[in-house]
Ligand binder design. Structure first.
Ligand SMILES: Cc1cc2nc3c(=O)[nH]c(=O)nc-3n(C[C@H](O)[C@H](O)[C@H](O)COP(=O)(O)O)c2cc1C
Length: 194
């Protein structure tokens, strides 16, 4: 029996009937033999990122402490997000900005899926953010899913054969990054230092 790893999943969409949330649920269902997927449901409770409240460890808002603890405890993070106005949803970017100083993403295996009408702009931007904070991402653990509403239904089923295959590969690749990080690379590199 393979070891089961804990994955914290974050949907960049806070809609109740979010396709990204359904995609996370579909991935959780497809990977029960490998992952225990917990969906982070606190995104709307996080305050906007404010560096003044992030000056000292332990002095940050309580909701942020909870978020950081959940990230730290997870073996990997799965992010599924839509694109808004050719960018990353602000609520997701805010959440990630709270981790820059505390470094929960550093060396953390991350699977990034941008599932949207198109999605390439948000994907490139978020990938850059995650790489600059040193997330472990390979080419096989990131994916853009365009026209997502035609590919995932509200029963958390993937209705597109190509997407099903891509997700199976992504799940296997994420498992390899967690279980054998030395062999799983090469890892993507941040495109530009700031
Ligand atoms: C305010 C707003 C802006 C959007 N801008 C884009 C965009 O720039 N690119 C894109 O691919 N989709 C865009 N969309 C469409 C959403 O990404 C799409 O409906 C997606 O499936 C929503 O994800 P969800 O079902 O998980 O909520 C936008 C939607 C909204 C509400």
């Amino acid at each position: 029996m393979p070891k089961i790893y804990n994955v914290l999943a974050i949907s960049g969409s806070t809609r109740t009937r979010s396709t990204n949330l359904n995609l996370i649920r579909a991935i959780a269902g497809m990977s029960t033999d490998l992952f225990n997927v917990t969906i982070y449901d606190g995104l709307l409770q996080l305050p906007h990122f404010n560096p003044d409240e992030d000056m000292e460890p332990g002095m940050e808002p309580v909701a942020v402490t909870g978020f950081r603890n959940k990230l730290r405890a997870a073996d990997a993070i799965l992010i599924c997000t839509p694109e808004y106005a050719v960018g990353v949803p602000g609520v997701l970017k805010d959440a990630i900005d709270w981790t820059v100083s505390s470094m929960e993403f550093c060396k953390k295996p991350v699977a990034l899926i941008t599932a949207s009408t198109a999605g390439h702009h948000a994907h490139a931007s978020l990938l850059g953010t995650l790489l600059i904070i040193e997330s472990r991402i390979t080419d096989a653990t990131q994916l853009v899913v365009s026209a997502v509403k035609t590919k995932v239904n509200h029963n958390y089923q993937i209705t597109d054969a190509d997407l099903l295959q891509q997700l199976q590969k992504l799940i296997q690749s994420l498992y390899q990054v967690i279980s054998d990080p030395e062999k799983a690379g090469p890892y993507l590199q941040a495109p530009v230092p700031y």
